[in-house]
Each structure stands twice: as C-alpha cells, then as structure tokens.
Design a binder for this molecule. Structure first.
Ligand SMILES: [Zn+2]
Ligand SMILES: [Zn+2]
Length: 540
C-alpha cells in the first residue's frame, strides 16, 4: 500500500485523461476520467481504506475508475498511465502543463512541428512557427510564450537577455537611493554569462538592504555585497571575478589599499586591465602569460547583418522592411536567409519563390544602393549531410548558411559526419548554429568540435555564432580554437523580425568572453571583402 492522498489520485487520473486525449483515445473514457479527476481535486474526502464497492458509490466514480483508484493506492500509479507515458517523450508530457494549450494543441505541436520539449516550444514561438497551425493565432502563441517564460522564471534561471535591463535599472535606482555612484553589477552578470540565477550588486550603503524585498521587485534573486568608498574597486574586482581568475592573477598578493580604479589595481599586479567578461580564469590567463591580451570586438565593429528571415518564410517583416531598418541602423549589407524547402514547418521556399525573392532583392538593391541585400538561404542540412536544392538553384545565391533543423537525435559520430559533409559542400558559406542547442531548453546534439572547426578551416567555411540569446551557438569557449585555425566567426542574429537585429549585441557579449577580435569576426568585414570571400569559397 502507498499513501497516495486524494489530491495525488486526482493528479494521476487527470494526467491519464490528458495523455489519452493527446493520443486521441476514446473520448467517453477521457471525459469520465477528467470528470472524476476534477471532482476529486475539489473534495476533502479521504479515500484511504475504502473498498471497491464503497468507491463506486461516490458520485462521478464508476466501476473502472474505482478500480484505478485501488490500483493507485496499491502501486502509486496505474498500468494504463505507465503505458501512455512510455509512448510519450518526457518533454511532451511537460508541455501538457503549459497554460493556454490543451492536449489537442500539444498533439498538433508534437505531430506537425515535431516539438518535443518546452524549450523547443518557446523557441518555436520566437520563430512564429505556431502561426502555421490550424486553430493557433498570434494571441495563443503569445500566451504560450508568456506562460513558459513565467515557468522558467519560477525555476529560478534566466537567459542573460531576460534580466539585463532589470539589473541595470536596479543599479540606477540604488545609486539614487543611496546617493552614490559606487553601485555596480558584479559577479556572473557583470561577466555577462549566458544563463544566470541571480543579480549580484556591489554597493556602498550605511545599512544592510533587505534582499527579499529587492528580489521580489526584480523577479529574480538579488544578492548584495557591501563595500566602502576606500575599498570599492578592490571589492569590485574581487566580487566580479571567478575564483580561478583571482588565483591566476595572484590577487591575494595585492595590498588592500585604496585604488582609484580596477585598472590601478591590475597595474599594481603588473597586469593590463582585463575586461570583466574575461575574468573566468579560463582563456584570459594564458593570454596574460603570453602578454597577448587582445582588444575585444565591439558592436561598432560590425558592418553587416547576415542570416535573417522575412515573411517569405517564417519572419514577421517584409523583405523591404528588413532592408530599410538595417540600412537605417547604419549597416552596409544585409544577408537574407529564409528557410529552404525541406523546412515545410517554417514555410521553406520553393524554387519559384526563390526566383521571386531574388527579383525583389535586385529591385531593392537599385533603390537602396550602396547598401546591398545579399541573396542567401538557410539551407537545411539533410539527414545524409547534403543541402536542399539542386546545384543550379544553389548557384543562384550569393551565400548559404547550412543548418540542421530536423532529426536532432544523433550520436556524436553521426552528427559530426553529417556536419562535415555539409561543410565540404562547395556551396556552404557559413555553418549555422553548429550544435542546435537552446539554452535552458535543450542541449545541443553532440559534435566533435575540433573536427568540425578543422573541416571549416580546410574548406574556407565561416562558423556562425548564432546571437539569439537562447542559442549563443557556437559556444564562446570554442572561439579561440576557431581563431587559431583561421576560421572566421560570424555574429548572426537569425532575426525573425527587424528589431531582432539587436540580438547581435548578445552575440558580441559572449564573443568577447571568447576573446574574438574584430579581424576574426566575419561580419566586421566590409561589403566588398565579404562578397570576395563568398566568391572565393565557391571557386568563382
Ligand atoms: Zn536555423
Ligand atoms: Zn535561421
């Protein structure tokens, strides 16, 4: 006997009903199960010790449900539920808990869009994928997005992009309230780590602040470190560095005296200033040893925006809107890469629609010159590593981003050879989001990074740093190896609407952590050089 209480029994029956609905089983059975679950969830009645006959007498509970209750009391579950769970991916079961979508809609998402986790579902909302499904609209998509974001927030972890603004506003507010400029973000948020579980703030305050109250306001755990005007920069460097960085720079050898800046403190240690993003005790220490700390990339180094979607596939804006906005922001070029035909779920482009888009690009280019739209495509890397479309069509593009979107469940060997085959295709210019990971959503498929980067080096293929704050893929830890092999990294927003060009900023944040220099950043090159590179790559 287990000690399942009425509430737990109701949960099990309810889940069974939802799973049966997901798998389109007998609607009458589903109805009686969910009715029973609903009634039990509202009652205080203790079912423990009741016999089958006694249970059957309760309103809404017939013979078969009474038997299930007894089974649950004996084993903690039912065979029926176990069988349903066995044929449903765990992530899909989790999707049943997302507010705003019932089992029928979850079934559509699973069967038609092949979404198998809450993380994938959230990203699909960002790509406007849900709009293609019958019965879904912008409103449903928005509800789903908010519900998941809320759930993630409650799990206590956040993408950097989701809390950066809140954190900065908090700092400004504290500066005002405490009447001092000595308030700063510190810790992981100052190092711009991709995923955070708290906002850390160093401040000078005569009294302790209530972290609970500030956390509630921010919607994330806020942790304060207290300092004084004398020790402020000493404390700032100490709290904003990973322990390995402090050890590597022999921080403890510096006297705790007044420093006028962090630079002055590094100087005391006979070191150049190390940007906060780098203070991980990982890449920067070797660079310091070799006296080769590079100047880091900055947003203003970027000259163009590659890998973007329009209404032709799954973007929200028209080609012209995307181009005008890009030009307004001061960029020299825009690479349009709508989805290729295999990506049916994303309204991938047929051959006819490619020709239509190319015509429109040519007209716009006349109008917008010297700004230029480059004709690209985000070609699916098919299961065997080949690209979508025939050679004739592939030739018609200026460049091709090759990415994996389907069949993500692969061994490292399979994933690596699939990618390498795509890299070796002479029409591949850029390898898109190399691992397919979604931060806080799903891990990427495993790849042998060195072999992939070596193949890019051998074939003159650029690697994408997909700058969507959920992707940030390739991981910044591999940037030094890319640079060592001469492989350029392109910071691409993968924008599905014009305001998403801003995501390049998050790419720059992590690129800095990876010590990317502007001369190794592909889209820091001017239009002429970018075009020359694309032509050279395909041997023309
Ligand atoms: Zn993609
Ligand atoms: Zn894309």
């Amino acid at each position: 006997m287990t000690t399942a209480n009425t509430e737990e029994i109701a949960d099990i029956l309810g889940l069974t009903a939802r799973l049966m609905e997901l798998h389109e089983e007998n609607p009458f059975k589903i109805k009686s199960l969910s009715n029973a679950a609903f009634r039990l969830s509202k009652t205080q009645m203790e079912l423990h010790g009741l016999t089958q006959e006694e249970l059957e007498k309760i309103e809404g509970i017939g013979k078969s449900i009474a038997a299930k209750i007894i089974e649950i009391q004996q084993s903690g579950t039912t065979r029926e539920l176990q069988q349903l769970l066995e044929k449903t991916p765990a992530g899909v079961v989790e999707m049943l808990d997302v507010k705003g979508i019932g089992p029928k809609k979850v079934a559509q998402l699973w069967n038609e869009l092949h979404i198998e986790s809450v993380g994938e579902l959230l990203y699909a909302c960002y790509e406007n994928r849900l709009l293609d499904l019958k019965g879904f609209g912008v409103k449903t998509q928005d509800t789903v997005k908010k519900a998941i974001e809320f759930k993630m927030a409650n799990a206590g972890k956040f993408h950097y992009a989701a809390i950066e603004k809140t954190a900065m506003a908090l700092v400004e507010k504290l500066k005002k309230e405490l009447h001092t400029q000595h308030v700063s973000l510190t810790g992981e948020i100052r190092r711009k780590n991709e995923v955070l579980d708290k906002i850390e703030i160093l401040l000078v305050s005569p009294e302790k602040l209530d972290e609970m109250i500030w956390s509630k306001e921010a919607g994330i755990h806020v942790k304060f470190y207290y300092s004084n005007h004398e020790d402020y920069y000493y404390d700032l460097l100490q709290t904003s560095s990973a322990p390995a960085h402090l050890e590597g720079i022999q921080f403890s050898s510096a006297p705790k005296i007044h420093y006028s800046s962090e630079t002055a403190l590094y100087k005391q240690l006979n070191l150049p200033y190390v940007e906060p993003e780098l203070r991980e005790g990982f890449l920067e220490l070797e660079a310091l040893r070799k006296n080769e700390l590079p100047g880091l990339i900055d947003m203003k180094d970027l000259k163009g925006v590659l890998h973007n979607h329009t209404k032709y596939s799954d973007g929200l804006n028209t080609l012209e809107e995307m181009a005008q906005h890009c030009k307004t922001l001061g960029y020299e070029y825009l690479g349009i890469c709508d989805h290729s035909k295999t990506a049916v779920y994303a309204n991938g482009l047929s051959e006819e629609r490619i020709i239509e888009q190319h015509r429109e690009i040519e007209q716009l280019n006349k109008k917008l010159a010297p700004f230029k739209i480059l004709k690209g495509i985000e070609s699916d890397i098919l299961n065997d590593g080949s690209l979508d479309y025939t050679v004739d069509i592939l030739k018609s593009f200026d460049f091709i981003v090759a990415s994996v979107h389907q069949n993500l469940k692969m061994t490292e060997e399979k994933a690596t050879s699939r990618l390498i085959k795509a890299i070796e295709n002479p029409y591949t210019s850029i390898l898109g989001h190399p691992t397919g990971r979604l931060l806080l959503g799903r891990p990427g498929y495993p790849i042998h990074h060195k072999k992939i980067i070596d193949a890019c080096a051998a074939n003159g293929v650029v690697i994408e740093l997909n700058a969507h704050p959920y992707r940030l893929d390739i991981d910044w830890r591999w940037i030094p190896y890319c640079m060592e092999k001469g492989v350029k990294v392109s910071i691409n927003p993968d924008a599905h609407e014009k305001h998403a060009y801003h995501d390049m900023y998050y790419g720059v944040c992590v690129a800095r952590k990876g010590m990317l220099t502007s001369n190794m950043c592909f889209n820091a090159m001017n239009l002429q050089d970018v075009e020359a590179h694309f032509l050279k790559r395909r041997g023309t």
